[in-house]
Structure formats: C-alpha cells, structure tokens
Design a protein around this ligand. Structure first.
Ligand SMILES: [Fe+2]
Length: 435
C-alpha cells in the first residue's frame, strides 16, 4: 500500500479546514429557526446539510478505519441521503419534520467529526486509496454548499444576509453572437492530474460535425421575447412531457419570476427587483431550455460540443482544464461562489474568461443544460458505489457551474445532472446549431 507524503496530508488538512470553515460561514447569520425548516420536498433544512456532509466523512472513515464506530445510529438514519448500503434512509421529503437531532446537537456533531478527521489525517500515513476517498468527501461538501445556497434562496431570498458580499464587476456592453467550432474527433473527459469524479473518466474519442454555439448564455431579454411571443402557450415548441409539466404546474416564466403591474420581477438574494435584461436567464428546466431553442430555430449543444467549445485550443491542438488555461479560476475569470456576488453577472463581465473558441461565461454564473443523457462514458468504472452511478437514467447533463459553485469543484469536464423538470438550481443554457 503506497502512503502519501506528510506534505500532502498537511495540504489535505488545510483544504479540509477551509471547506468546513466555508460551510459554517454560509450559515453564520441564520437564526436558529431557519435551520429546521424544509420549504419543499426537494429542499433540505440547513441543519440537515451540516449533518449530512459530516456524516459522509464517517462513511469514508468506516471504509478506511478498521471497526470504525459511527457517532450515532439515529444520526446516521436521518443524515443518510440515499446510500442503501448504510441502511434505509429517513424520508427525503420529511427532513424538516424532525426537531431531533436538535440544531445544537448537529453543531456538536459537526465539531466532533472535524476532530475525528483531523486526528485521522495527523496520525495516519494515508494510503493513496483513503486519500482519494477523503478528497471525494471534501468535494461532496462543496456540492452541498451549493445545494445549501439553492435552499437559502427558496427559504429566505433577500432576507438572507451573507457574511461576504462583493459588488458586481464592471462590464462592457456586448451583443449576443455565435461562434463556429470545427468538428472531427474530440478526446472528451478529464485530462488533468488532480481530483475528478469517476463520471468524468475515461477520456474517449467522440466524432462531432462542425457546429455553431452561442458566445454567451441566453439572457433574460432573449428569454422574455420567447415568453412574450406566447412560447409558454403553444404546444408546438414543447416536448410532450414538457408540455404536460407546463400545464400541470401552470408555468408561465422561469421559477421565482412574478408579474407585477405588467412587469416581470424576481425576488432573489439581491432583493425584489425588475428582471435584468443582460443577466443570463436562470431557474429554467431542461424542457424550457429545449422549447426556447425550438422556438428560435436552434438546439441545445451536446455535452461533447459544449466541452470542446470550452476546453479545446484548435491552433495549439491541445485541451485545457478551463477556458483560459490550466490555472484555477480567479474573480477575473468567472462568477463562482467565492466571488460572493450572490447573483448572475451581466453578459460581457468576464473578458478574461474567454475560451479559445470565443465563448464567454461558460464557467460560473449558470449551469448550462445540454441535450445529453446522463450516463457513464464508455469504459466507466465506479469510484464510489451509489454516488453517481445509480443516477444513470432519466437525467440530463449540465455543465459549467453557477455563481454558487465553489471554485475548487468546477472544471471544463465536470458533469452535473438533474431531472428534466427541475428548476430550483441556478440553471440556464446557451444554444447551438448545425452548420
Ligand atoms: Fe450528499
């Protein structure tokens, strides 16, 4: 068994402390009452997230430490999301009906797990395998930080007081346009040496025809034209299942939009405000993205087309991890959680985030729906049973991250996935077309 160096263990401990600190920072200004409430069956109370991310470290310790004893059977049942290998989980839709474990108990548990993981990292020469599992648990916590932000939007919106909040970047006005990308064989998947999820591997070749892709995500003003031309009232733009959802849920606009005195408004972290025409449209389902594309005579990109437009440098004939190269995202490249803007930025805000193909804001702001079904790449091998692999059905892939994605958990090859009618995430899209 190969052990990793002391320096690597120390780096992991630093990453662990930073991640745990950020989780606590997100809930620092909440009232105790806020921690318990579940506002919809698909949301989770903040106290559940705090406990669940801690519980997943226990899961990893149980796979690494001989005879590891979980903190509490009762906690494990409540905090297990969907891992049947650890017993029957508590009903997801009813996470907000339990007053026990209490908020104080969950905070105590959070600190106990900090201590257990710290001791483990300090006292063990870590095998490569346990290192990989612990890194996965860190990335899992990052995913939940983003989910927590979705929940805070649903629970509190402008009543939420973030610890850090920055002003939006200066931007120059830009016109929506599209760029042409050459087809041919493209080597898809993660090509770096750092952590990635099992679903980003193995790299494999896909054939693409030449295509065009929008240089910017579809904006609110573009989407408004679809609404105002009767897009939500005409079946001909919609997939059959999508049309059923429009009627069933009485959809007339993206989630969180409300019409007041003839004007579309949104209530979000920034406040109750008029729809900003230059921000990417957010909170649309796959069905709405697909219907817009049909209305305008285009289509959604496949995930391979999306990835090639973000990562491939035609002139240099090489692939990078991010549109701007291999260096990690900075606030000049993209709008991610650590930008602390708490909203999308207007298009034209990130000239330094440009991809070699000429696309902007592919990382950050909004997750972008693709037309691709979520499944394993050819030759897929599971990295952790039940984490990703049991969701290989009835979901579409989204790419690129949102303004709530922590920067350590995004890259060009990252694959997110949601059901086709879900729109509580920060989801938008850009269009593609054949040439
Ligand atoms: Fe989870």
């Amino acid at each position: 068994m190969t052990a990793i160096s002391e320096q690597k263990s120390q780096n992991m401990l630093d990453d662990f402390n930073e991640t745990r600190f950020r989780t606590l920072e997100l809930v620092k200004t909440l009232e105790k009452d806020d921690f318990v409430v579940q506002t919809a069956y698909y949301m989770s109370p903040p106290k559940w997230h705090l406990g669940h991310v801690s519980w997943l470290y226990e899961v990893i310790l149980s796979k690494t430490v001989e005879n590891y004893e979980f903190y509490s059977k009762e906690f494990s049942k409540y905090l297990n999301s969907y891992y049947l290998q650890f017993g029957e989980p508590h009903d997801k839709a009813k996470r907000g009906v339990l007053s026990r474990p209490t908020v104080d108990q969950i905070f105590e548990y959070f600190q106990t797990i900090n201590q257990r993981v710290t001791n483990f990292l300090k006292n063990n020469s870590l095998s490569f395998k346990s290192q990989q599992l612990l890194i996965m648990a860190l990335h899992h916590e990052c995913q939940h930080q983003e989910l927590l932000v979705y929940d805070l939007q649903h629970l509190l919106a402008d009543q939420y007081r973030p610890v850090k909040k920055n002003s939006p970047p200066k931007h120059s006005p830009v016109e929506p346009k599209s760029v042409k990308v050459n087809g041919g064989l493209y080597q898809m998947g993660y090509s770096g040496n750092e952590f990635c999820y099992d679903i980003e591997l193995p790299e494999h070749r896909v054939f693409l025809n030449d295509y065009k892709i929008d240089a910017y995500p579809v904006t609110n003003s573009q989407f408004l034209e679809f609404i105002e031309s009767g897009g939500y009232e005409d079946f001909k733009y919609w997939l059959s299942d999508g049309w059923d959802k429009v009627k069933e849920n009485n959809w007339k606009a993206p989630m969180y939009w409300e019409k007041e005195d003839g004007r579309w408004m949104i209530r979000d972290f920034i406040g109750k405000r008029k729809i900003n025409p230059n921000e990417p449209v957010c909170h649309v389902s796959f069905y709405e993205a697909d219907a817009y594309c049909k209305w305008i005579g285009k289509r959604l990109p496949t995930e391979a087309e999306w990835e090639k437009a973000v990562c491939w440098h035609e002139e240099k004939q090489k692939k990078t991890i991010f549109p701007w190269g291999n260096e990690p995202p900075s606030q000049n490249h993209a709008n991610l959680l650590e930008s602390y803007l708490w909203s999308c930025s207007e298009i034209g805000s990130y000239p330094e985030g440009k991809s070699p193909s000429g696309c902007f804001q592919m990382i950050g702001d909004v997750w972008e729906w693709t037309s691709s079904e979520f499944s394993g790449y050819p030759g897929f091998k599971t990295g952790f049973s039940e984490y990703n692999d049991k969701w290989f059905t009835n979901q579409k892939v989204l790419r690129g991250g949102s303004f709530a994605t922590p920067k350590m958990s995004i890259r060009g090859s990252y694959r997110n996935f949601f059901r086709l009618d879900e729109r509580w995430l920060f989801s938008g899209f850009r269009c593609a077309e054949n040439v």
